[in-house]
Design a protein around this ligand. Sequence first.
Ligand code: F6P
Length: 801
Amino acid sequence: MFKTLRLQLRFLLPLAITLVAAAYLAVPLLDQVTLRWFARDLNSRGQLVAGTLSDNAADAISSGRYERLRATMERVAQDERLFAMGLCSPDRRWLVRTSGFPRELSCQQAETVAAQPEHRLDLAGGPVHLGVHPVIGTPVQPLVAQTPSSAASSAAQASSLFVGPLIEPRAAPSDAQPVQLGELVLVHDLSFMERRSQDTRRYLIVFLAVLGFVIAVITMVVAQLSWRGWVNGVRAILRGEGLLTPMVPAPELAPFAEEMQQRLRDLEDEYRRLQGPESEWTAERLRALLHSQLSGDQVIVVSNREPYIHEHGENGVVVRRPASGLVTAVEPVMRACSGTWIAHGSGSADREVVDAQDRVAVPPGHDDYYLRRIWLSAEEERGYYFGFANEGLWPLCHVAHVRPIFRENDWETYKAVNQRFADAVVAEARSEDPVVLVQDYHFALLPAMVREKLPQATILTFWHIPWPNPESFGICPWRKELLQGLLGSTILGFHTRFHCRNFMETVDRYLEARIEQEHSTISFQDKETLVEAYPISIEWPAPATVAGWGPVVDCRQRVFARLGLAEDTCLAVGVDRFDYTKGILERLNAVERLLEKHPEWVGRFVFVQVAAPTRSSLEEYRSFQDRIERMSQRINERFGRPGYQPVHLLAQHHEPEQVNELFRAANICVVTSLHDGMNLVSKEFVAARDDEQGVLLLSRFAGAARELTEALIVNPYHVEETADALYQAATMPSAEQRERMASLRSTVHEFNVYRWAGHMLSDAARWRLRARVEARVRRLQQSTDGIKPHSKAAHTTRDAP
Ligand code: F6P
């Protein structure tokens, strides 16, 4: 506001100075002009008067009798502006003067003044205008020249104004020519002109003042309006809304509003389609995107599993990295973006290392971001994590032929824990619109809970596991609540388009929502959610990291020595959580079948399964792990011999470095998931093989199979096919391995985890921008409609932050 005033003053001050200067110059000029006008006016009036009196004057001069002339002149001089009159003789003596005639004025002087352009003379009584007009007539012979004594007595009679000689008239000769007999001197009063000039000056000054005032007011109003407009415009641009802000609602724009919305969507779709091959995504690029497109907004991650677990070890507290695809993917993103990661504090020493707000800076020694731990009671963990999440949703979403179990208590606990995490998100938020990254099936209700408290937050939910078809999902008693919870998200991501379609069909089946397949959006209760596929990935190892790994031969040597393997062994490895969805049983069947079909490999083929224990308190997992152990034992008994054990089951946690060493030592990596959202183990194996050797055997039911097409793709349920693929891998020439691995590596390198996060975040940024533009267009539309938004408009409402 003050800025506006200052700006306006900067304009108004010169304006005022200009007006004063104009008045200063204009007033004398105006005076001169009006004076000339009046002089001209007086001259013509004087001529008129002189013309009228000319004959009388000529007669009076001719006759030498001035009484009648004087009387006439006195009458004429009663005019308001004609101050006095006089008659001069040719030899410049006064013959007659009216009573008010200025005594000091001589005929000579009158003539001199009248010769000037202004005809003005300043007398003691004020300024006068002098007009001198010749009196023309025929001269006559004076009859009798009176004596001075008689003249003096007559003069005394006739007042001192009668100044001419007394002449007795005589008839004029018939051939006499008209000559100038005298001059009529008219004295006009100029004081009225002075008064008029003053009036004019006053009017002019008032006029200029009023004009200045009007200009000032108009300037202020215009400046105010346009300043506001600019400020709004600039603000809008800063908010990324473009220049639509100053748009004035106009009825004729209403028909275009809808079309504009449509066009915006089309443009966005086109943009997304154009996102083909692109330059490499790195941590720096992701950081830059966060700052440029999301104005450095705070990032909050919510997941059940924490990225670093503090546990009591033999030599004190140790930090462990969990076996989790989620952690593998999201942790590098958090290192790049900073912010806060909220997760369940499950380590035995977790409480000992946090501060008063239950936070600890991680990664240890780097402190890139905060890990905020939420403590769950055993009962909460049982109901929310083991119960509803892992006995209900996990088998529900994975086609692994394990019956989901839904318990009312588990559901209640799931709801309560979701609320606790949602409250933590709200408590951690430093602004009204943080970017919240919600991870996985543990928090299906959390997006709507956060949305309720932080309506402007950008909530990106990623569902790391598959989404089943509507029939399968329909068996969940709380299907509607789960769907509604997820639709609190701004963006809901799955690994594949197939899972996106399943989700949209499920919503279509169970909720009253508007689905736009073309744009992949769902509008529910005035909120719109973008449902999109974002194939998750891993951080592509930096050259310095790779250099630290050591040569492949060294890794192979170390692993072989540890496991007691013969030098010519073909080593196949599987690295998984000990989970029934991973197809561990199926791959053991395939190994057994390989040895059956190709006995020449007995003694030379070894399969190592790293199985990180998980959810062991659940009966389904316990019995599964027992089965695997029994099966491994059986194969070893069947094909093993002294110094040769075909199956090595390593059912313990391995740190990422150990897993990497195993990958580099192996000839084959076996990924036979029965159903998997993505499976990052397959990508980690590829990233580990900078020697471009090794074969990836990959289940067609893992999301990764859509990207890693140069792998040997198998149906793990088909034992024969999988066994043949194992054989093909074991016998694959080095050149073919190189060709396949090089191609796989370039895919994983390009489609790394920064690209995954980058695409989600840039979609979120565009979504925020589009939401703002659409909100503006909608307001425009409503103001032109003059009605409340109809149902269609309501459907297209985004959570405009
Ligand atoms: O593999 C799918 C997944 O949801 C991962 O995203 C996640 O890391 C894991 O399962 C969950 O494992 P846990 O229950 O041990 O955290």
